[in-house]
Design a protein around this ligand. Structure first.
Ligand SMILES: Cc1cc2nc3c(=O)[nH]c(=O)nc-3n(C[C@H](O)[C@H](O)[C@H](O)COP(=O)(O)OP(=O)(O)OC[C@H]3O[C@@H](n4cnc5c(N)ncnc54)[C@H](O)[C@@H]3O)c2cc1C
Length: 303
């Protein structure tokens, strides 16, 4: 990015962009090289201005949520890393529907919905991401997904146009969707929920939380499950049966609690995480003849 482009970008937004910013500060696994720029947009107007500028200058855009499903390579990210905040994190309830800005932190939405006596998002308990990130990968449990609740979305298209996308245009599958093809940025979503007692909803949330605390390394830097579950199997069970728990490359380690998680013991680098993940995949292929597919998204340049 040129000096002139930096100056223009700075004038387009209310919060000064961060230039040459390590992505390790913006991912839950705490790895990742330098991003040319991280631009936080506080309103739809700012978002549209930045996207328009990026399109004119042909600068690549990566929308960043909480970075909880990302491995960013050591070479970092060129162009603009876009964060949605301010007005783009608003939550508006209307009886059994809620319209949510896609920068909203998912655990925050869950609690707000529960307090209103609105159920349907409990499957997302403990997912430390934004609503936008959750929609992209159709986040949830093994059986229930956020996509089940989607009525419609507002997106910015790849041409920078604002557009409403109805449910029947969206394809959700297990940890996947066609949303990246439909648009560049998910701006907001309308979710349909159902009434229940706030106390009963909070109890379900707490039960799921307690289960996570004993079965996952939730207090360690990690990026959630590295691999998707193959049909009728669990990736964690296969990785455990292959004897991989505790295996280390540098400071990247297969969690001793859940074999489908890689944790950062302190100073892990993206290349160590990726080498370890490939070793896990190869071992499962050799032992069980099952090809694991990545659940985490791997982005950025090689060093
Ligand atoms: C401890 C832990 C437990 C987890 N448990 C689960 C679980 O049970 N189930 C589950 O499904 N996942 C789980 N995850 C993974 C992760 O939290 C989810 O995938 C989450 O939804 C990612 O959201 P994010 O905001 O962090 O997205 P990011 O990681 O920041 O981004 C993910 C992708 O979404 C895109 N994106 C984000 N926001 C937008 C937007 N507004 N518009 C367009 N594109 C966008 C990004 O460009 C990127 O491609 C877990 C992660 C951790 C660390």
């Amino acid at each position: 990015m040129t000096e002139t482009e930096r100056k223009i970008l700075t004038k387009l937004v209310s919060e000064p962009p961060k230039f040459n910013e390590p992505m390790s500060r913006h991912t839950t696994l705490r790895v990742g090289g330098i991003a040319d720029s991280i631009v936080s947009v506080h309103s739809l107007g700012e978002l549209q201005r930045v996207v328009q500028f990026a399109l004119e200058r042909r600068l690549p855009i990566l929308v960043l949520g909480e970075g909880s499903n990302l491995i960013v390579r050591n070479g970092g990210i060129q162009g603009i890393v876009l964060k949605l905040t301010g007005e783009l994190t608003q939550i508006n309830f209307d009886t059994q529907e809620v319209e949510v800005g896609s920068g909203t932190y998912l655990p925050h939405l869950l609690v707000k919905a529960a307090q209103r006596g609105l159920s349907g998002l409990e499957c997302c308990t403990g997912i430390p991401g934004t609503v936008g990130g959750a929609l992209i990968s159709n986040a949830g449990s093994a059986e229930e997904f956020i996509g089940d609740r989607v009525r419609r979305l507002t997106i910015l298209t790849h041409e920078g146009e604002l557009r409403v996308v109805e449910r029947d245009e969206i394809k959700f599958g297990y940890r996947q969707s066609n949303l990246k093809e439909l648009g560049l940025v998910i701006v907001s979503v309308v979710l349909g929920l159902t009434f229940d007692e706030p106390k009963a909803i909070m109890e379900r949330i707490h039960r799921r939380w307690r289960y996570r605390w004993v079965t996952q390394p939730v207090n360690m830097p990690c990026a959630g499950c590295i691999f998707k579950n193959p049909p009728n199997e669990r990736a964690g069970r296969l990785l455990d049966a292959a004897g991989l728990k505790g295996l280390r490359i540098g400071d990247a380690q297969v969690s001793t609690i859940h074999a489908n998680f890689i944790v950062n013991l302190g100073n892990a680098k993206a290349n160590e995480v990726l080498e370890l993940a490939e070793l896990m995949r190869r071992t499962v292929k050799e032992k069980f003849d099952i090809a694991l597919e990545y659940e985490v998204q791997i982005v950025g340049k090689d060093e």
